[in-house]
Design a protein around this ligand. Structure first.
Ligand SMILES: [Fe+2]
Ligand SMILES: [Fe+2]
Length: 382
């Protein structure tokens, strides 16, 4: 379908609801169990051969590929898996290191079940929060694995196919280490969050090759890089800290891969085509914001989600969320020209969501990690 810049798709058309902040609509979207445990998504994107094998035709992608080959690490042997992890001790140590904010000390919880919580409940919250978060990281990593394998097939340039192949290995390693961490060090798995699942499905189902990049490398991985950085800075658990440091060095390259690949391509697109990309970026931003409500965790803890998510969306943590969500994404969208294309449609959307302030932070191509040589000494800076 071709859209012209004049076609005004509404929020309802794009995200399925009129109001971005409609919490009831967000909570109404729940995951469903698949009878045989399989999740199949149709992928309509044509695979493309290229007969132009000239390595280095895209010099920046070539440089990134050379870096990536050097920066490989082994999830089995490069991480201290013998570290003993006591989740409750980690909850306490993190709280001591980061202040009582982890117990929502600065949040008005009156009138909710949280008001009656004692140490036991807050401890369970801390433990389940670790389980939920790492589970979603794991599922997101598998999404990245599938999307990047798809990019190997669909991107037209040999330098990008080469680079994407290294990212496939990176993502396999990320799935491996998050899965092992959950199995060996934590105390429970969560299924994929409904909003994250919907977004990953949408990315895979789009037949335009650049949408895989936009959805995965720019949006999902942009958020992941920010989220990993946040947890890396917050956690006192040495194995997780090391694991995240290694994963972040890879993710910085992945986000840079997205920006370097799309930057040139987007200069050739019409205003109407850019508008479609803007709508997709907006949809992805909303899904990722919705995911942060952690609704599966509240359900497991038998807390009515509508009570707590209202606090999350309105409380002081909201600002932290915005930083987490958009600090890496908005500067990259700006660099791609997507903030201001089509009369600044996306700028307006992000302004409404309170996220535009981050537009001038450094973008992925300036991220030191993206072009670091990945040597073991460099990676071990934690
Ligand atoms: Fe990853
Ligand atoms: Fe990645």
């Amino acid at each position: 379908m071709t859209t012209t810049a004049d076609d005004m798709r509404s929020n309802r058309d794009i995200i399925g609801r009129d109001d971005v902040t409609d919490v009831a609509a967000v909570l109404a979207m729940v995951g469903h169990d698949e009878p045989d445990g399989r999740h199949l998504v149709d992928d309509p994107c044509p695979a493309e051969f290229t007969w132009d094998y000239q390595k280095g035709a895209k010099p920046k992608l070539d440089k990134l590929y050379e870096k990536a080959k050097n920066a490989q690490w082994n999830g089995t042997t490069d991480l201290p898996w013998d570290t003993e992890v006591d989740q409750e001790k980690v909850v306490i140590a993190n709280r001591e290191a980061n202040g009582d904010n982890l117990r929502w000390a600065n949040t008005d919880i009156s009138g909710t079940v949280l008001e009656k919580w004692g140490d036991k409940e807050w401890m369970r919250f801390g433990v389940e929060n670790q389980n939920w978060m790492l589970s979603q990281f794991l599922h997101g990593e598998q999404g990245a694995l599938l999307c990047t394998a798809k990019i190997v097939e669909t991107v037209p340039w040999i330098d990008a196919k080469y680079y994407a192949a290294t990212q496939v290995v990176d993502e396999a390693r990320h799935v491996e280490v998050f899965s092992r961490y959950l199995d060996e060090k934590l105390s429970g798995h969560y299924p994929i969050n409904a909003h994250l699942g919907l977004l990953l499905d949408d990315i895979i189902q789009d037949r335009r090759w650049d949408m895989t990049y936009l959805g995965m490398q720019i949006m999902v991985e942009g958020l992941a890089l920010a989220a990993f950085g946040f947890i890396h800075g917050m956690t006192t658990e040495p194995l997780l800290k090391r694991l995240l440091r290694y994963v972040m060095a890879d993710e910085a390259r992945h986000v840079a891969f997205g920006v370097l690949s799309l930057q040139e391509y987007y200069q050739e697109l019409s205003s109407a085509e850019l508008r479609e990309r803007q709508e997709f970026a907006f949809e992805a931003a909303v899904r990722m914001k919705d995911r942060m409500l952690m609704q599966e965790m509240w359900e497991r803890m038998e807390v009515p989600p509508d009570q707590v998510v209202r606090i999350i969306t309105q409380g002081p943590e909201r600002d932290d969320f915005q930083i987490l969500l958009f600090s890496k994404i908005v500067p990259n969208l700006k660099k791609l020209g997507l903030l201001d294309a089509a009369d600044g449609w996306l700028r307006e959307k992000f302004t409404e969501m309170g996220a535009i302030a981050f537009e001038d932070l450094s973008d992925a191509t300036e991220d030191a990690d993206a072009f670091a040589d990945g040597s073991p000494a460099e990676r071990q800076v934690v």
